[in-house]
Design a protein around this ligand. Structure first.
Ligand SMILES: Nc1nc2c(c(=O)[nH]1)N=C([C@H](O)[C@H](O)COP(=O)(O)OP(=O)(O)OP(=O)(O)O)CN2
Ligand SMILES: [Zn+2]
Length: 138
């Protein structure tokens, strides 16, 4: 069979607390821009993460990549680091970076991208709530 490109997906889940805040702004400005998401006591989300890896199907294995390997990678690079954590306080990545869904998706992409073969394309879709989600890259 000719080599075909296929996308494989792995769905994972983590829950984490965060606060959207810009330390360069006044409390009033933070409240105006981020509203309830600026709550100083933080708030939590059940994040649903979809990792899409696209590439050619290997004629020997029939795999684009082993999804067990992908699953272990996401566990090591994402869920072990973020699950049941306060993103602002407990993670290096978001100590100075506002933990918006956009920034979380970019951080996850960069972390996984560095571990994947250059021949594979990667896309992240991250649901922060049932109705709010982001994709990177676009
Ligand atoms: N562009 C972005 N906008 C917002 C983000 C974000 O990361 N990127 N994040 C938030 C807050 O984290 C907020 O907690 C989101 O929750 P909420 O507004 O309650 O959203 P829901 O979908 O659960 O609720 P609705 O009732 O549908 O509004 C805000 N914006
Ligand atoms: Zn939030």
């Amino acid at each position: 069979m000719d080599k075909k490109r296929v996308a494989v997906f792995r769905k994972e889940h983590f829950n984490a607390a965060h606060r959207l805040h810009n330390p360069a702004w006044s409390d009033e400005e933070n409240q105006r821009v981020f509203g309830k998401c600026n709550n100083p006591s933080f708030h939590g989300h059940n994040y649903e993460l979809f990792v899409q890896v696209t590439g050619e199907v290997d004629p020997v294995t029939g795999y684009v990549m082993d999804m067990k390997v992908l699953s272990d990678l996401i566990k090591n690079r994402v869920t072990d680091r973020f699950d049941h954590k306060n993103l602002n306080l407990d993670t290096e990545e978001f100590r100075t970076l506002n933990p918006t869904a956009e920034h979380i998706a970019i951080v996850i992409y960069d972390s996984l991208r560095s571990q994947l073969d250059a021949s594979l394309d990667l896309k992240i879709r991250l649901y922060e709530t049932e109705r709010n989600f982001v994709e990177y890259p676009v």
